[in-house]
Design a protein around this ligand. Sequence first.
Ligand code: GLU
Length: 293
Amino acid sequence: MAGRYAPSPSGDLHFGNLRTALLAWLFARSEGKQFLMRVEDIDEQRSSKESAESQLADLSALGLDWDGDVLYQSTRYDAYRAALEKLDTYECYCSRRDIQEASRAPHVAPGVYPGTCRELKEEERVEKRATLAAQNRHPAIRLRAQVTSFDFYDRLCGPQTGPVDDFILLRGGQEPGWAYNLAVVVDDAFQGVDQVVRGDDLLDSAARQAYLGSLLGTPAPEYIHVPLVLNAHGQRLAKRDGAVTLKEMLIDAPLHTIFSRLASSLGYEGVNSAPQLLEIFDPTTLSREPFIY
Ligand code: GLU
């Protein structure tokens, strides 16, 4: 029984990321669960070891602790391959442009793969594979989904039905790479995670992940998608908003002040440390509205 935080190491965490991490820690620790840390470094172009170390140092500085070793997804490729081999899949030769064009058709929902490569004949596949190979590119591998939607339960958002399409499991192109949706399901199961707290921008991915889990024989975790932090313009907070990473904030405020800002964003005033907040944290009072930074 464990919760987890799973940052992508592509730069320092900002106030919104830190707040989500704190919430994941609070939910797990207040319920006596283990809390695990996983570095989601499958995107090799964008990830770096330095960034992972800096993120972990920031989380520790805020008083968040985790059980056992950090799991790095870059060490898990064999497990992703083994999962892929259990699934019904097909190769997809579509470029981003192909998908955009096919998605303009009136019966295709936005963001849903229109199934262009699902029913190709073997001779068509041979030809398309050769065309890609001549450009030094690999096909993507997609799940052959048997459903178009899937139900799951979110503790904050209630019962949900989300879209499922033939989503990518292995990204194609010049540098093939494992897809987030596959890695997250395989690793949550491997680590014994039964509580997933993360930003509600990922609510839409949960149906795909819960469905994939059902195919791989792993029960869906409890999902808790928490509201994001927005900037003054109502957009998702980003590093370009400035003075949002811990190092930036530490330039003009001590650590305990930054902690108390995080706690205040969760509705707790005058709380300076993680252990203090843990004592009074009440998950039932968490606001469902985004927090404006
Ligand atoms: N690595 C993802 C991110 O940083 C989080 C994925 C998850 O929690 O499932 O946005």
